[in-house]
Design a binder for this molecule. Sequence first.
Ligand code: SF4
Ligand code: SF4
Length: 173
Amino acid sequence: MESAQENLNRYLEMETILNRFFGIFDFCLKGCVLPELERNGNQPFAACCKDKYYKVYDLDHPSFDLLRKEREALYGKPEDVKESSLVSPCEYHTNTGCTLPTHKSPICLAFMCRKSIDALRDGHGIYTYDYLGFNYALEWILTGDMSLADYAEFRQSCLDMITTLEAESGQAC
Ligand code: SF4
Ligand code: SF4
């Protein structure tokens, strides 16, 4: 049986891959945040961070405890975040967005709203991103309920999405 640390290490590897994917896709800033700031006169807003998602869907499990412990060691406890914005109940949300570059909870890492999923489908022909499915997959990686074979397949499917985006933008893999 894998340890909580081994499960977390795989989860963090997936977070690195997904952060790369979202960085290349780059829809939230260009397709949501900047247009809304232009519309509302540069007022900070919460977009989809409208609850304390860093914990509301977390499971009572040692791997989730370890994720939280490492997050708080790196970025502080929620109540200690000084730049929290009042536009969101989430203390990790600041006027420039989420202050957690890593160690997000599965729902925070996986979430894509309908318009961003549509942009991925219509703009890039990628139909494999189902945010609830990704949320559960990330949960299972973290709890150790996903087999190593399924993990390898899931990891490869995410790398394939990156390859598709990079091929479109002409970047080297
Ligand atoms: S997931 Fe959707 S609502 Fe949230 S920031 Fe991205 S585009 Fe905006
Ligand atoms: S932790 Fe970050 S992504 Fe999650 S709800 Fe808070 S600001 Fe949003």
